[in-house]
Design a protein around this ligand. Structure first.
Ligand code: TEU
Length: 482
């Protein structure tokens, strides 16, 4: 089977964490106008799509993955006029905007939930999932997934923080509301959607089923049909539970679901089997190569891969998969870039990856911002873990690593903001920054620029034949692509 050629197959996408990209008004928080001001830089890099992490109205319990109004913009990021300007300006730069959409849950401050809480017979009650008694389901951010609503004596489901109540996708009204909202964004001219934790929407909480519930794929097919299906948009589902078999269900074009999914098998290799990401284990390059090669060979002609080393939830690529000591970081960054960009699929670069930004160690939990990190720390301290072991885990895996402000220059404020940045800068600002990278023709930036340009020229990079090369050395990751 050959795919009908789509623009996103040869595109390279770039993920932006708006809070940390570019501040335009000196409040220390990146914003939409800031992103617009950096489009020349992004065009120079060569990317043709931006995955824009959520900028919708939100109380920011989970930095915007808790949406209180899907058709409004959080004031810290700007307003709808700034969003419209970004869409129009990006278009002039040949760049499409992929909206990050969170429809597994809303914020507890969303009007639907505010209504739902008013009484058991409120019209919006069934927009969410309620039970008289909690069961054993746990939240991804530690603790029970059920929160008591004192007024009604019932518990509501939240697979993430208690300020992120899960939507009830069995309710037709919920689905229709989501479709209307997505069509609102399609009408604005977005390039597509990244669908947050979409593998959870077919959940059956009574049976303790969260990911891959029985209604998941029919729900996605309906979503496709009612919204983006008729347009030339890219859609990428975030699916932590994906394997090569169900990846085909999601991304085979005949099934009319998504363009591709994010799978996470390769980012689970440096943790102890059956445990959590905080339970560290050494990374074996041979296993990493095997896993990525498996995804390459098993999806050929049956689906489409997304390719990434890091994102806003994951550690910095060089610190995790390479060697972030000064003598090696640029070199290992180039190795990782080349290895990934010759693979079949659509690559996603996470902001700052193109200049080799690395993890920033912390020494105390007070230096952490992220809700996931704090909840894990509190829970594990209670369970007898030591502070030292937890700080070691946070240094390696904490989400703040990726969320530190973009390093544009080596000056104070790093060219990111004239005010006090919302999160401390990494301690490498002087050595690793865009200004320096652009001035050095041998820098990692230009490796990325070259790879992106080559992908536009040579289709065999994005969809050629992939063959593992046996080198007899298990620490060498080699393949042939043609
Ligand atoms: O992440 C999904 C998710 O499962 C995360 O909890 C992930 O396991 C964890 O961050 C790994 O460290 C998505 C978003 O990418 C994340 O930022 C949100 O917090 C989460 O959904 C809830 O919306």
């Amino acid at each position: 089977m050959t795919f009908e050629k789509k623009w996103w197959q040869t595109a390279v996408a770039y993920q932006i964490y708006p809070r940390s990209y570019q501040d335009s008004d000196g409040d220390g928080i990146g914003d939409i106008k800031g992103i617009t001001s950096r489009l020349d830089y992004l065009e120079k890099l060569g990317i043709t799509a931006i995955w824009l992490r959520p900028v919708y109205a939100s109380p920011m319990d989970d930095n915007g993955y808790d949406i209180s109004d899907y058709e409004d913009i959080a004031s810290i990021f700007g307003d709808m006029a700034a969003m419209d300007e970004l869409l129009a300006e990006a278009d002039k730069h040949g760049i499409k905007i992929i909206m990050d959409l969170v429809v597994n849950h809303t914020s507890d401050e969303h009007a639907w939930f505010v209504e739902a809480k008013k009484s058991k017979d409120n019209d919006f009650r069934d927009y969410y999932v309620w039970r008289d008694q909690p069961n054993n389901l746990t939240s991804a951010f530690s603790g029970s997934a059920w929160e008591l609503d004192e007024a009604s004596g019932q518990y509501y489901l939240h697979l993430f923080s208690k300020k992120q109540p899960d939507l009830n996708w069995e309710n037709e009204k919920v689905r229709q509301a989501v479709y209307d909202m997505m069509n609102f964004w399609i009408d604005k001219g977005v390039g597509g959607f990244r669908m947050d934790v979409i593998d959870l929407i077919g959940k059956e909480p009574e049976k303790l089923i969260t990911a891959d519930g029985p209604t998941l794929h029919p729900l996605i097919q309906e979503l496709n049909e009612k919204t983006f299906g008729a347009y030339d948009l890219v859609t990428v589902g975030e699916t932590w539970s994906a394997n090569p078999e169900n990846a085909q269900l999601y991304s085979h074009p005949d099934r009319k679901e998504f363009s591709m999914i994010f799978q996470f098998e390769h980012v689970g290799l440096d943790q102890q089997e059956g445990k959590e990401k905080w339970d560290l284990a050494p990374l074996d390059p041979a296993r990493l190569h095997n896993v990525l090669s498996k995804w390459q060979t098993e999806l050929v002609g049956k689906g489409w891969n997304s390719l990434f080393w890091n994102n806003h939830d994951l550690p910095r690529a060089i610190s995790r998969f390479g060697d972030d000591r000064p003598a090696f970081r640029e070199l290992s960054g180039k190795m990782l870039a080349i290895y990934l960009h010759f693979m079949s699929g659509t690559p996603y670069i996470y902001q700052g990856e193109e200049i080799g930004m690395i993890n920033t160690p912390i020494t105390d939990i007070n230096q952490a911002d992220d809700v996931e990190t704090h909840r894990m720390y509190a829970e594990r301290i209670e369970n007898g873990f030591t502070k030292e072991e937890l700080i070691t885990s946070i240094k390696a895996k904490g989400r703040d690593n990726a969320r530190r402000p973009m390093q544009w220059t080596g000056a104070e404020g790093a060219g990111f903001s004239t005010g006090q940045a919302w999160l401390a800068f990494g301690d490498t600002v002087r050595d690793i920054n865009v200004e320096k990278a652009l001035a050095d023709k041998q820098s990692l930036f230009y490796t990325y620029q070259k790879l992106i340009a080559l992908r536009k020229e040579y289709p065999c990079m994005s969809e050629g034949i992939y063959e593992v090369m046996e080198t007899g050395n298990s620490s060498v990751m080699a393949y042939r692509k043609y």
